[in-house]
Design a protein around this ligand. Structure first.
Ligand SMILES: C[S@@+](CC[C@H](N)C(=O)[O-])C[C@H]1O[C@@H](n2cnc3c(N)ncnc32)[C@H](O)[C@@H]1O
Length: 343
């Protein structure tokens, strides 16, 4: 089976699509509501047909007609529904369910699966989804439609991504269990990923050259954080934020990354040192958008639109599923498809 076909729901800037393509899939269709994400996706994946609209308004029969596929023909239905409603902070560590209207979007998978009957399914989300009753309902729905399903919480750093990023991956297949592919990857470091870049500011890469505007106090605070993994707790009292003096707040805020470790999870706040351990290991600045994208395992020339500014671009980068992580799962799914269909 050379190039199985896939559809990407909630496609974002295309991290999942890229990983599937790297595993040998042909991603024929994608759905994404946000115009900036869709613009970025289109630029990087020009041969994929994209529906730039609310997934709930997509008429599946028309989509199938337009992609020239019949029920049962799609090899893989993949997607990362929005995870904000299931994240640790919003669920108070899984002990309280938060009613977020976006949570119901995971059931779009059931609507698509019912009508398309794909041979396999991949769904990604935050680990806390597993504690939500919607997850149980989703699994039961898949079983009812004839699928065997399986899920795991995995760390992208075990798959060669230079970043600690725990994610829930659900795999489902119509022809028996779809097992997870094991990885024998060595952990990649921040040094190997970003140390070779030219100095930020005039590299010619817009994602690496946007300047920071910070007050003198903040610039001085950053300078005083020890290089290579230092934290705000080393700051003299005069440079500490009032809220930090009380010993509260997230300890990673205003921290530097370590050269020889993986990076922390790259989030939508990844260019803002007040949102986490996002300072460069040795330069007196936060990581750039290009550095963030590389830590997400995007290739050096991947395009992210800056039309809505750098913070909007950071959200696209932080929301993405690292392509290198996806590639492994894609290869496992390809093996399953080959077994059921023959090469
Ligand atoms: C976690 S991100 C997807 C990341 C993407 N898979 C990647 O690897 O780059 C979720 C995406 O779902 C999109 N989204 C949210 N609500 C949607 C809806 N109702 N219809 C379609 N897309 C939606 C968001 O704009 C966001 O880009």
């Amino acid at each position: 089976m050379k190039h199985p076909i896939a559809i990407d729901l909630f496609a974002g800037s295309g991290g999942l699509t890229l990983g599937l393509k790297q595993a040998g899939f042909r991603v024929i269709g994608a759905i994404e509501i946000d115009p900036l994400a869709a613009e970025t996706y289109r630029f990087n994946h020009s041969s994929t047909k994209i529906w730039e609209k609310d997934i709930r308004k997509v008429r599946i029969i028309e989509l199938m007609k337009s992609l020239k596929i019949k029920k049962g023909e799609l090899d893989l239905l993949a997607g990362c529904p929005p995870c904000q409603g299931f994240s640790t902070l919003r669920t108070l560590n899984g002990n309280q369910q938060i009613k977020d209207p976006r949570n119901s979007l995971i059931f779009e998978f059931i609507r698509f699966v019912k009508q398309m009957k794909p041979k396999t399914i991949l769904l990604e989300n935050v680990p806390h989804l597993a504690k939500d009753k919607d997850f149980e309902i989703l699994g039961k729905g898949l079983e009812k439609l004839g699928y065997s399903w399986n899920w795991k919480i995995l760390n992208a750093s075990d798959f060669g991504v230079p970043q600690r990023r725990q994610r829930l991956i659900l795999l489902a297949g119509l022809n028996g269990n779809l097992n997870f592919k094991t990885s024998k990857c060595k952990s990649q470091t921040v040094r190997k990923t970003i140390d070779h870049l030219p100095p930020a500011g005039n590299s010619g890469d817009p994602l690496h050259d946007l300047c920071e505007k910070r007050s003198l106090l903040v610039r001085n605070r950053i300078k005083l954080i020890p290089q290579n993994g230092g934290s705000r707790k080393s700051l003299k009292e005069e440079y500490q934020l009032a809220c930090h003096k009380k010993g509260t707040g997230f300890k990673d805020v205003y921290g530097r990354m370590s050269w020889d470790k993986v990076s922390p999870t790259i989030t939508g706040g990844c260019i803002n040192p007040s949102k986490g351990r996002f300072l460069h290991p040795s330069k007196n600045r936060a990581i750039t958008l290009r550095e963030a994208a590389l830590l997400q395992s995007f290739p050096r020339n991947y395009y992210f639109s800056l039309r809505r500014g750098k913070h909007a671009a950071a959200i696209l980068i932080g929301n993405a599923l690292p392509p290198k992580f996806v590639k492994y799962h894609g290869l496992g799914i390809k093996e399953y498809l080959t077994k059921i269909k023959g090469p």
